[in-house]
Design a protein around this ligand. Structure first.
Ligand code: PLP
Length: 414
């Protein structure tokens, strides 16, 4: 039998059959990498399609085609705003989470440099925040990268301690894409507010999965990405609290009230709006179902594999995230062997999985480079069932035993 990605791109295989997790007559493919991306929900695809064809207008055009597209964009904006407790005029559509993060960091930095040049962030942020910070550092900004505890939690007191009169922005992610730890944003938001410092959160892994409310979290800016919750890729949003001063990254037309130039990605924005609507309806029930599957998978792995540890917080974690380190084996080797069984997981984050550098997040949690290299992340999603997690528990212990039998490190461990 043919193996690998080829099964699902073969003739006669539909999106629905893939989302169902079963490709008829062929080996079952189990997708457990929803933090990397999610399959676009069929309802989302359906909602988007007319905006490629019949309703193809440019929202800036004043005739009916344009106004129809504009109406769809505004409807999506209202939906996004409602999901996070914001006002629709505080939402700007972007090309995804990366652009939202870059716009927040560089936008606030450049608009407020007359007030100060200090930015506080953490050592576990996604590359979209990390690299934007490094860019700003090269341009004279001073960045403090706060440490985290062994679970990946930032201590709000640490934030308070490092604020100076030059601090203009604090950026702390809502939930870790790697280990799933959910940060105590409310406390940090309160500290930021008392100090008169803007507070941004990369909530790309949280929105659509857990309740997010910008007032409760006391954030001034918040990044969202469509493809992490069954929306399309290449579309996202930045929430910016009214009154927040930031400059635009993009210069050109007057779209998005001059906050983000460029003709709107209308089908993408409509898809994001639909994904938000579905998340609003399904999130609560789905989070409970996934948390139950997550906990069974974690328990099963701990029972069946020795020299294993859970990464991330045992309770304050995303309902769909399982991240473990397994000693004396390489994450990449486990992934390849799992792929042969039709199981897709990840080691480190998707963006860095092509690199052999150990994950900066796992190192920040205090893991050794060897432990970080032996990490596996499974992120569950709406099409997964108990049969999928059972299958992982059935095959992974054998893969680990096989790899350890070949590992000189395992043989000489005592
Ligand atoms: N921030 C986090 C926490 C992420 O997990 C990701 C994607 O992996 C991004 C930002 C980037 O989002 P996008 O892929 O939409 O650019």
């Amino acid at each position: 039998m043919e193996r690998g990605i080829a099964w699902v791109t073969g003739k006669g295989v539909t999106v629905d059959s893939i989302i169902g997790g079963i490709v008829e007559g062929q080996l079952r493919r189990i997708y457990l990498d929803h933090a990397a991306t999610t399959p676009t929900h069929p309802e989302v695809v359906k909602a988007m399609l007319p905006y490629f064809t019949d309703a193809f207008g440019n929202p800036s055009s004043i005739y009916s085609y344009g106004q129809e597209a504009k109406g769809a964009v505004e409807k999506a904006r209202t939906r996004v705003a409602e999901l996070i407790g914001a006002r629709s005029e505080e939402i700007v559509f972007t090309s995804g989470g990366t652009e939202a993060d870059n716009s927040a960091l560089k936008g606030v930095a450049h608009a407020n440099e007359h007030k100060g040049n200090h930015i506080i962030t953490t050592s576990i942020e996604h590359h979209a925040v990390m690299e934007a910070c490094k860019f700003l550092e090269r341009r004279g900004f001073r960045i403090t990268y706060l440490p985290v505890d062994k679970y990946g939690l930032v201590d709000p007191d640490d934030v308070k301690r490092v604020i100076t009169d030059k601090t203009i922005l604090i950026s702390v992610m809502h939930a870790s894409n790697e280990v799933g730890t959910i940060e105590a944003l409310e406390g940090i938001g309160q500290i930021a507010r008392e100090a008169g410092v803007y507070f941004h959160s990369d909530a790309v892994q949280a929105v659509g999965h857990i309740p997010v409310n910008v007032d409760k979290l006391k954030v001034d800016l918040l990044s969202i990405s469509g493809h992490k919750f069954y929306g399309p890729k290449g579309v996202g949003a930045l929430y910016t609290r009214k009154g927040t001063k930031l400059v635009s990254l993009m210069h050109g037309g007057e779209q998005e009230k001059r906050r983000r130039a460029g003709t709107e990605n209308v089908p993408g924005i409509v898809g994001l709006g639909k994904a938000v609507e579905l998340a609003g309806q399904e999130m609560g029930k789905e989070a409970n179902r996934l948390a139950d599957l997550r906990d069974r998978l974690i328990r099963g792995l701990m029972e069946r594999i020795d020299h294993i540890r859970l990464n991330g917080h045992p309770e304050k974690r995303l309902p769909n995230n399982v991240n473990v380190s397994i000693d004396f084996v390489e994450g990449e080797s486990m992934l390849l062997n799992l792929d042969l069984e039709g199981i897709c997981g990840s080691t480190g984050s998707a963006c860095s999985s092509a690199s052999l550098e150990p994950s900066h997040v796992l190192l920040a949690l205090g893991l050794s480079p060897e432990q970080a290299h032996g990490s596996l992340r499974f992120t569950l999603g709406r099409e997964n069932t108990e049969a999928d997690t059972e299958r992982v528990l059935e095959v992974l212990p054998g893969i680990v035993a096989k790899l350890r039998a070949m590992s000189p490190l395992f043989k000489t461990r005592e």
